[in-house]
Ligand binder design. Structure first.
Ligand SMILES: Nc1ncnc2c1ncn2[C@@H]1O[C@H](COP(=O)(O)OP(=O)(O)OP(=O)(O)O)[C@@H](O)[C@H]1O
Ligand SMILES: [Mg+2]
Length: 248
C-alpha cells in the first residue's frame, strides 16, 4: 500500500449543537480511490469539504503528506486539490474560460495554460464546445466541463461529490469508464461520494461507510457488500440500444 496522502484524526464537526462528524481516523493513500457511501445526512459532503479544506473542523487535525494543515500552509495545500460537485458550478463564460480559470488564478503562463486546457478538453471529449457559453450546455456536457476544470489543475487529490447523479445512464457509464482510466493513468488519489452502488465497482479500491457522522466500516467492495463487484450488468446490456444510430 502507498503512503497516506491525506488524513483526518480525532475529527469533530459541529453545526450549532448538532454533531455532524465524529471520526477518530480516516485517511486516503496515494493513488487510492475511495468510494464514500452512506444515507442522506450522514455527513459525506461535510467530510469532503473538510478534507478539501473548504470547511474548518471544529476539532481535530488534518495532515497532508504528514504535515499538519494550519493557517499558514492551508492555501498552498488547498491548491493541490480539486473538487467536483453534484451540480456543475460553472462561471457564466465560455467552456474554454471555465477550464482555464484555475490556472489563471495559479499564475500559469499563457502558453502552458492553453496547452493544458486544450489537452483536457480533448481528453473529456468537449474540444468542439470550447467556445460555447456555459448556459448553453446539457447537464452531461457541463459535468464534463467540471471534470476538465478539476483535472487541468493536475491535483494530487480529487474529491467527487455525486458527480454523475443528474446524468442519464449511458452518459454516466461512459464518464465513469473515462474517469476510472484518467485516475489510473494520472495516479490522482480520489474520494468519490455516491448513492448509486452500481457505480462503486468502477471507481473503487476501498469503500468507506459513513453513518451518523461516523466511519462505521471500511474495506474492499467484497468485504463491504459481501458480493463480487460486477461492472457489466443487466442495465448495461439494456442501454446498448443507444449504441447504434440506425432507426429500427
Ligand atoms: N448548510 C447547512 N446548515 C445546517 N446544517 C447543514 C448544512 N449542510 C448540511 N447540514 C446538516 O449536516 C448534516 C450532514 O450533512 P451532509 O450534507 O454532510 O450529509 P450527506 O451525507 O452529504 O447527505 P446527502 O446524501 O443527502 O448528500 C445533516 O444533518 C445536514 O442536515
Ligand atoms: Mg451530500
Amino acid at each position: 500500500m502507498h503512503n497516506i496522502i491525506l488524513e483526518v484524526s480525532n475529527l469533530q464537526f459541529m453545526r450549532g449543537k448538532q454533531q455532524v462528524l465524529d471520526i477518530k481516523n480516516f485517511g486516503l493513500h496515494e493513488r487510492e480511490i475511495i468510494a464514500l457511501i452512506g444515507p442522506n445526512g450522514a455527513g459525506k459532503s461535510t467530510l469532503l469539504q473538510i478534507m478539501a479544506l473548504l470547511l474548518k473542523p471544529t476539532r481535530g487535525i488534518l495532515t497532508y503528506r504528514g504535515i499538519a494543515v494550519d493557517s499558514r500552509n492551508a492555501l498552498a495545500i488547498r491548491r493541490r486539490m480539486a473538487v467536483v460537485f453534484q451540480e456543475p458550478l460553472l462561471l457564466n463564460a465560455t467552456v474554454y474560460e471555465n477550464v482555464a480559470t484555475g490556472l489563471k488564478l495559479r499564475g500559469v503562463p499563457r502558453e502552458e495554460m492553453k496547452k493544458r486546457v486544450d489537452r483536457w478538453l480533448e481528453m473529456l471529449g468537449i474540444a468542439h464546445l470550447a467556445g460555447r457559453r456555459s448556459h448553453q450546455l446539457s447537464g452531461g456536457e457541463a459535468q464534463r466541463v467540471s471534470l476538465a476544470r478539476a483535472f487541468v489543475l493536475e491535483p494530487d487529490v480529487l474529491f467527487l461529490d455525486e458527480p454523475f447523479s443528474a446524468l442519464d445512464f449511458p452518459t454516466r457509464l461512459s464518464l465513469l469508464k473515462e474517469l476510472d482510466k484518467l485516475l489510473k493513468d494520472t495516479g490522482i488519489a480520489a474520494i468519490f461520494v455516491t448513492h448509486d452502488f452500481s457505480e462503486v465497482p468502477y471507481l473503487t479500491d476501498r469503500v468507506a461507510v459513513l453513518k451518523n457522522g461516523r466511519v462505521i466500516k471500511t474495506g474492499s467492495f467484497e468485504e463491504i457488500f459481501k458480493v463480487k463487484p460486477r461492472r457489466e450488468n443487466y442495465l448495461t446490456s439494456l442501454y446498448r440500444v443507444f449504441e447504434s444510430d440506425a432507426a429500427g
